[in-house]
Design a protein around this ligand. Structure first.
Ligand SMILES: [Zn+2]
Length: 363
């Protein structure tokens, strides 16, 4: 493990996804319904995605993604590359996400193609900027795509399913490293969801320690034996259409972060739903913080000065060398998420201008 040798202060990252233009959202739906072949859809996305990359470059980002425009969602991308799932089997339970159907695992996993390596190859060939790619953590895959109703004949328990995901994710991380991506991010929002008692009740979670242990095991298993990487873990409260799925401060889980074999944690802090910045007093001393300075659920576009003040608040708890900047989350982790692309650009631009002010002020 290593921090990036980018020589930058207050580096700026995206979390991953960007809002997709409506025609791209339609394209994803048409591909899923079989109205266009994967190959033809891929050619159109090859035309679209350079715009997502240029937008980030113009906003001033140090690390850019492909906007995740090829994906239906940040977690379904696993089910798209690995056989064993049946699409649209269950929704989000009683949460606001119930309109979004998810696949469930129904047979033993069998990888059929890379999860994100092709995306990264395309991204790297279309930018000279540093690159970041996100893939879901085995813990979040397990929480999201195993169901007692549909999955027990394939994997008797959720934990067994998570264990089966670990080597697949580890192999993908290895491939991404070999391709030369600069930063790899494991998406693990479902760790942060645990902080909300209403969520735990909805999900029937009573043993939080067990969940946290399983999450740590998944992260460390996925990164085991892989050195010289720069790996982030992203966690958040989940969101759709400008509303968070959960809320609450990170106190319950902050102690677990030091046990994870990753370098950086990209976390929500701009939204009031994340419960304040004081929890950073317990942030592990050997990790880099990806400080959420942009609230993607708020249509108000932050000013660069607001970004500066959010970072300076965090500097009460962490030295500036361990602070990087990112929005709270990807703007549209699901292609169905109706967010505004121009607004995302303006917010990212403000974040990067804020980083410039911070570099001037704090060197
Ligand atoms: Zn997120």
């Amino acid at each position: 493990m290593a921090v990036p040798q980018d020589g930058l202060a207050f580096s700026t990252f995206v979390v991953g996804s960007l809002p997709r233009p409506q025609w791209v959202r339609d394209l994803i739906e048409d591909r899923k319904a079989g109205r266009i072949s994967g190959e033809d859809a891929g050619k159109l996305l090859d035309d679209a995605i350079p715009l997502a990359i240029r937008m980030q470059e113009r906003a001033g980002l140090d690390y850019v993604s492909d906007g995740e425009w090829r994906r239906e969602s940040y977690v379904k991308v696993f089910a798209d590359a690995v056989k064993g799932f049946k699409a649209d089997l269950f929704g989000g339970g009683s949460s606001q996400f119930s309109s979004l159907a998810y696949p469930a695992v129904v047979s033993k996993l069998e990888p059929t193609r890379p999860i994100a390596s092709e995306e990264v190859g395309f991204l790297r060939s279309h930018t000279s900027a540093r690159t970041i790619v996100a893939i879901p953590s085995p813990y979040t895959i397990g929480r999201r795509m195993w169901s007692a109703e549909h999955s027990t004949s394939a994997y008797a328990t959720r934990e067994e399913f998570m264990e089966a995901c670990i080597p697949i994710i580890r192999k993908e991380i290895q491939s991404l490293t070999e391709i030369g991506v600069d930063a790899i991010q494991l998406d693990d929002p479902w760790l942060a969801l645990l902080v909300d008692p209403d969520y735990r009740e909805r999900e029937g979670i009573t043993d939080i320690d067990h969940e946290i242990e399983m999450c740590i095991r998944c992260v460390n298993g996925a990164t085991e034996g892989l050195d010289h990487l720069f790996v982030s873990l992203h966690m958040c409260h989940a969101h759709f259409n400008r509303r968070h799925g959960t809320r609450g401060p990170y106190d319950l889980i902050i102690g677990a972060l030091g046990q994870m074999n990753v370098d950086r944690f990209a976390m929500e802090f701009a939204t009031p739903d994340a419960g304040g910045i004081e929890v950073l007093r317990d942030f592990p001393a050997d990790k880099v913080l990806g400080l959420g300075v942009i609230d993607h659920t708020d249509p108000h576009v932050e000013t660069p000065e607001e970004v500066v003040s959010r970072v300076e608040a965090a500097m009460q708890y962490l030295p500036k060398e361990r602070i990087t900047l990112n929005p709270d989350c990807g703007f549209s982790p699901s292609s169905a998420n109706p967010m505004d692309l121009d607004e995302a650009y303006l917010k990212l631009r403000a974040m990067c201008e804020g980083a410039g002010l911070l570099r001037d002020r704090h060197g």
